[in-house]
Design a protein around this ligand. Structure first.
Ligand code: PLP
Length: 356
């Protein structure tokens, strides 16, 4: 096993998924499980499916490949528009993709016709966060185009808030999404199946609003995997927030002054903030750094304090001397997790099977 590793507790992920599936079912909303923070790990996907998640989504075709290669047969949604060079790949690996551009829709239709399997389309609508999305005034027109393209099947509409500008879902923007579903249906002369309200940032709205309107799906990554509400980065009641842990090894531990000495310039990773002179402390170095994760996004064990990090060294204060080879466990936030899962230097160890 790699010494530097992410430990993934599949039973905790399954618990989180079961809870969210049940809570949202009472509001008429189904959960699409988003695997991108786990890079499409089939074990994580299997735990989500066993917990009652009916469909899976990822932003990268490579991660969807991993799901399929790992034997996952659940329906798949590609969360990010395919690039022109990914069109052929996208129609093979995704049952449905999120789209906003007519050129891409035409190419997807041609590619799907060649495979003779209709490709599903979810049209994304811009509702204020200013990331991807068709402006509401243009939606009906692009829906009609999608409906006319022989290789495509318009399954629904969706929106994505909070990710770029922190715009939170509320009755106003979600009400607009419901109204747009009806505009699309009026234009194409039939009903659509899916109205996808958004990501984990929608959870609080979906569980608390008086009326969810037409919203019948949420695409959940962070809430399921980390048990966090991304709008506040606080724990969701009853969910595990420690399903993932980054485990790193000590390579040095010495009694050193808390203050550096000499004249100062810029540090390797930008400015340094110094806490002031606290005399000598136990300074411990772990073999992990910016190249492996986002060090400032790691929550250390409670008696350990973050001091600094460079590409390959994470420096912490420990209450006593540690021995090289000792391990410390950190709880990664979303950004730290994505980078750790993506680093070739970090192993992954699955714990449990998530099927219980
Ligand atoms: C990443 C992503 C999600 C999932 O986001 P979380 O905050 O992890 O729940 C949903 N939809 C889209 C389009 C995404 O890119």
């Amino acid at each position: 096993m790699e010494c530097l590793r992410v430990e993934v507790d599949l039973d905790k992920i399954a618990h989180n998924a079961r809870e969210l599936v049940a809570r949202l079912a009472s509001r008429g909303i189904s959960v699409t499980g988003v695997t991108k923070a786990a890079l499409g790990a089939p074990e994580v996907a299997a735990a989500l499916v066993a917990a009652g998640v009916p469909g899976l989504a990822d932003s990268r075709v490579e991660n969807l490949d991993r799901l399929r290669a790992g034997g996952i047969v659940a329906p798949t949604l590609l969360l990010r528009s395919p690039t022109p060079s990914q069109i052929e790949h996208a129609v093979v690996v995704a049952d449905v993709s999120c789209n906003t551009e007519p050129e891409i829709l035409r190419s997807l239709s041609d590619a799907a016709e060649r495979t003779q399997v209709p490709h599903g389309v979810m049209l994304m609508v811009e509702l204020g966060d200013l990331r991807e999305g068709i402006l509401p005034v243009d939606l009906a027109c692009i829906a009609e185009l999608t409906e006319r393209l022989a290789g495509l099947r318009l399954v629904g509409i969706g929106t994505n808030l909070a990710c770029r500008s922190g715009i939170v879902p509320d009755d106003r923007n979600m009400g607009q999404l419901s109204a747009l579903a009806e505009v699309v249906e009026a234009r194409i002369g039939r009903s659509i199946d899916v109205v996808s309200g958004g990501n984990s940032a929608n959870l609080a709205w979906a569980l608390e609003t008086a009326d969810v309107g037409r919203v019948n799906d949420l695409r959940l990554g962070e809430a399921v995997l980390l048990g966090l509400d991304p709008t506040t980065r606080t724990a969701i009641d009853g969910l595990h927030t420690d399903a993932f842990a980054l485990v790193a090894e000590v390579i040095e531990s010495k009694r050193k002054p808390s203050q550096p000495w000499g004249s100062t310039g810029e540090a390797a990773w930008g400015e340094v903030t110094l806490a002031g002179d606290r005399g000598d402390i136990w300074q411990t170095i772990l073999a992990v750094g910016h190249q492996d994760t986002d060090p400032s996004g790691l929550e250390p064990p409670c008696d350990i304090h973050f001091l600094g990090a460079s590409s390959d060294h994470l420096v912490v204060e420990t209450p006593e001397r540690m021995t090289p080879g000792d391990e410390l466990r950190f709880i990664p936030g979303y950004g730290a997790l994505v980078r750790a899962m993506t680093s070739p230097f970090v192993g992954v160890a699955m714990i449990g099977d998530g099927q219980g």
